[in-house]
Design a protein around this ligand. Structure first.
Ligand SMILES: N[C@@H](CCC(=O)N[C@@H](CS)C(=O)NCC(=O)O)C(=O)O
Length: 228
């Protein structure tokens, strides 16, 4: 490998599958396969941006996933993060952790409640999906909306005396959870406005209005191999 890299035209001698990996080794930038509207990808992007780690963003169409992404992670979900050494992280929470291990300037990990995040990834997401896509599940959305709202009341209690879940400033838990609350709010905004606790709505609004979220929601054309 080392010898090949010193040759004048590596593309002639390196097997096809090896070329992308070699380019990666040369640029050194990790790659994030991402989808703008995916809440899991949102939180991964926000942690990467907060950490300041450089990476190559590859926007993906979920109906037309790049072969390179599927080769890295056959389970086919975004986000997928491919490190320069070829290792792959394909769970959003793990991408967040990895980013913040590199650098955590806002000290997010000091405000990480793993049990709470797991509860939102589990029970809340369960209710969110059934509220939003009730037809697909053949369920009564109102029941799942009520169950989600009950969870949000608990979340609201956590911010009774502080602006964010872990204290005065945003942390890991806030960023890991709010994209799902945003989706919940977006199913029926007038209903959410009328029924969700006011403080909780303020918490959500602040995270949505943040510059970090704005940066994470930048619109990019889908990535195509060879297209840059
Ligand atoms: N546990 C995964 C879940 C990721 C996930 O489910 N992403 C969705 C999009 S929001 C996806 O890629 N679904 C596959 C598809 O729609 O084809 C994570 O946290 O990264």
């Amino acid at each position: 490998m080392r010898q090949r890299m010193t040759q004048s035209d590596p593309t002639r001698t390196v097997p096809r599958r090896g070329r992308a990996a070699m380019a990666r080794m040369m640029t050194g930038l990790p790659i994030l396969y991402s989808f703008r509207r995916c809440p899991y990808a949102m939180r991964a992007r926000m942690a990467l941006l907060a950490s300041g780690v450089s990476y190559e963003h590859r926007e993906v169409l979920l109906r037309d996933k790049p072969a390179a992404m599927l080769a890295a992670s056959p389970k086919g979900t975004v986000p997928v993060f491919v490190l320069a050494d070829g290792s792959v992280i394909d769970e959003s929470i793990d991408i967040m952790r990895w980013a913040l291990e590199q650098s955590d300037p806002e000290n997010w990990m000091a405000r990480a409640d793993a049990a709470l995040v797991a509860d939102y990834d589990g029970a809340f997401k369960h209710h969110l999906d059934r509220y939003k896509y009730w037809g697909r599940y053949g369920v009564n959305p109102v029941e799942h909306r009520a169950a989600g709202l009950a969870m949000l009341a608990e979340l609201d209690a956590r911010i009774a005396d502080q602006a964010y879940l872990g204290g005065a400033t945003r942390g890991f838990s806030d960023v890991a959870i709010f994209p799902f609350v945003r989706q919940f709010a977006g199913v029926d905004p007038p209903w959410f406005e009328a029924h969700a606790p006011q403080r909780l709505r303020g918490w959500l609004g602040a995270l949505i209005a943040s510059e970090l979220f704005e940066r994470a929601m930048v619109r990019l054309a889908p990535w195509a191999p060879g297209g840059g």
